[in-house]
Design a protein around this ligand. Sequence first.
Ligand code: B12
Length: 211
Amino acid sequence: MAGSIEQIRDYIIEGNKNGAVAAVEQALAEGISAASILNDAMISAMTEVGARFERDEYFVPEMLISARAMQAGMDKLRPLLVQSGVQPLATVAIGTVKGDLHDIGKNLVSMMLEGAGFAIKDLGVNVDPDKFVEAVREGADIVAMSALLTTTMANMKNTVEALKAAGVRDKCKIMIGGAPVTQTYSDEIGADGYSPDASSAARLARQLAGA
Ligand code: B12
């Protein structure tokens, strides 16, 4: 049993997508629970991938390849997790702000958050502030915004203002990121946190969710 878990973990860390899917199927056939596969293999693997990134042993391409292997495994697991009533840590509504079409970093953050045990509602790119408001009304606990252009960063502030105006600011935590974004900017616009990369984003989200 421990062997299958170890194998899924290794395949994800190596970025072997087909191997990860086959190992998840094997683990399920052996009767290992979806919750155990999620916690002991998927989350554990993505935590290790994040640690390697922080030690400069992995870079964005390696992290993306591992995250894709994790997601392929998650596709098998997701329906079973829902069926067995496993609760995510929290729901994150993530999107690239209005006017901005860059989504590589946003997608990576999204995958790392899913790998850390969060449910993801991906709003895509060029996301209007009202769409974030709607997502919070529908139950998102965390709003995660990405911006890669100095000109679109202002829409992070506009989204915070829209959440306030709609009376839902206190129903969610707000985290922001993207190459031009800083902690100072996060403080300035009244977000709850900033992180510079996908691995620290997962840590920040856990902290914001109190997990
Ligand atoms: C790829 C790219 C594009 C692609 C985007 C493809 C796609 N699907 O995303 C295309 C070609 C479409 C593009 C278009 C443009 N681009 Co462009 N692009 C880039 C480039 C080369 C790489 C960005 C990237 O993907 N990086 C890799 C990812 C993994 O890193 P990341 O996005 O920074 O994300 C990490 C962190 O920032 C963080 N993070 C990201 N989001 C979030 C969110 C949260 C919540 C958290 C916590 C963390 C977090 O975690 C991520 C993972 O570690 C950058 C240059 C650069 N080196 O950044 C220019 C760049 C961002 N682009 C730029 C420009 C100017 C443009 C255009 C205006 C060009 C034009 N004249 O048409 C258009 C704008 C289109 C639009 N409206 O958005 C400028 C921005 C300048 C500025 N300061 O405003 C840059 C910096 C290039 C430059 N040096 O001039 N671009």
